[in-house]
Design a protein around this ligand. Structure first.
Ligand code: HEC
Length: 165
């Protein structure tokens, strides 16, 4: 075999061998489910404060029992979205803490224009303190069963790992 072909083959083989050294399992990154710290306990004081904040600032739209607006998956005639539930039947628990904090701080203004509707969710960055925002999210979490909390916790840990990487 001509030398340059032989060289090429060697390089390709060396590359393949390096690429295959990994036994096929995905690399373990910080924040992957293997390294997720245990589900934190929700502090009762935060839950109590959050319940008050919720009743005063969120319940009118998201429902007194966190149940969301009736037919919340449909849009209003003016193409505004309806407030989704915050209990386990909604999609709040699909999002990491960072996303939920941002949603509460910025409200509808965080959403891009091209999503086929508008959000009347107010921004709470000026009217609620960080402590109150964390508390209301803690209260919302206290309504979720542990398996749902675990999924949301893993999303939170993953999100933090991405931020620090
Ligand atoms: C005037 C009605 C209104 C009030 C008051 C309101 N929201 Fe909302 N909220 C909405 C609507 C409508 C949506 C759906 C559109 C969107 O995501 O902005 C929403 C979405 C959200 C989301 C995103 C949920 C997801 O799964 O994407 C979070 C988190 C949230 N609200 C938290 C709160 C909290 C916490 C409060 C009280 C501090 C609150 N909202 C008060 C109307 C409201």
């Amino acid at each position: 075999m001509p030398l340059n072909k032989y060289l090429l083959l060697t390089v390709v083989l060396a590359f393949l061998m390096t690429a295959c050294q990994n036994d096929g399992s995905l690399p373990v990154r910080p924040g992957s489910p293997d390294t997720v710290p245990p589900l934190p306990t929700l502090h009762p004081n935060a839950v109590a404060l959050g319940q008050q904040v919720y009743a005063q600032h969120c319940a009118a739209c998201h429902g007194p029992e966190l149940e969301g607006e009736p037919n919340w998956q449909e849009q209003n005639e003016d193409r505004s979205f309806r407030a989704p539930p915050h209990d386990a039947s909604g999609h709040t628990w699909h999002h990491s803490d960072a996303v939920l904090i941002e949603a509460t701080r910025l409200g509808g203004s965080r959403l891009p224009d091209n999503i086929g509707g508008t959000s009347n969710m107010p921004a709470f960055a000026d009217s609620l303190s960080d402590e109150e925002i964390l508390a209301v999210l803690t209260y919302i979490k206290s309504s979720w069963p542990d398996n749902i909390r675990q999924i949301q916790w893993e999303a939170t840990v993953r999100d933090q790992a991405e931020v620090t990487e």
